[in-house]
Design a protein around this ligand. Sequence first.
Ligand code: CP
Ligand code: NVA
Length: 314
Amino acid sequence: MRHLLTLFDLNSHELNRILSAARVLKKMHAGGQRPAVLQHRVLALIFEKPSLRTRVSFESGMAQLGGSSLFLGDDVGFGKREAPSDFTRVLGQFVDGVVCRSFSHDTAATLAKYDCVPVINGLTDLAHPCQAMADVLTIEGEFADRPLTENHLVFVGDGNNVSRSLALICAMLGMKFTLACPNGYELDQPWMSKISERYPDAKLSQTTDPIAAVSTADAIYTDVWTSMGQEAESAQRRKDFADYQVNSDLMKHAPETAIVLHCLPAVRGEEITDDVIDGPQSRVIEQAGNRMHAQKGLLAWLLNPHWVGENVPE
Ligand code: CP
Ligand code: NVA
């Protein structure tokens, strides 16, 4: 039984297979093809927090590949109505996979613990692996004329679920990654140590200087300063991140060829200004669109590996 709780659940080869499947399915989609790769498969979504991109891209992706999905609201009562072991063993008889968006990563890990059904992390406080996979598709699509390993991704903002997953995916794929953040908001040591142990050649760094960081960036990425669940800290965070806004002043220090990414939803006027997010270097809309393609690759790999073996070149 395979799960995707974090990208540590995959090795680089498996990640590359998923990304290759995503590319094949994206191309088919662009050509108007909707192959029934996931016919009769059912995906359940258990979401504790709001979502546009993750929910709709998973549900549409399943439908386009011939499967179906069930959005489970609060009434199923995961963690509230019955023991998680009962919940998961029952659910596993009805569906082929579960996407979980939870406040605590432990909630998603508990769903996976009984190995009844593959569990995909649709965002927890720890990680957002599906976002990072989509972001790789966006970067490689933009800089198709050179190897992915030649790109430098600079994240200006919080050491959070999104930047954590980006640091790891960059390590797995050989891309350079820099986090520019205020003191106290760095990526946590246990996560970074685990990356270095698993990927000793990883090109990762952290700095408090956003200007220096963006000067060699190919992609400049930001996310909200206050993630879902941290609302009580928002006033303090607005102060602490004041010098880390992605605005036209910062963009003057970046190469003109650099693209701007944001996982969305954005708080315009906080971490990013209107002129930058709507400007010529922004790729945030294409980036969101890639969520569906990346997740199709993941779903095909998890739920129909035979199809991937037959249709996705090594
Ligand atoms: N980026 C992202 O996960 O968006 P949603 O919160 O809308 O799913
Ligand atoms: N870091 C943000 C990402 C939202 C997609 C959050 O967790 O709220």
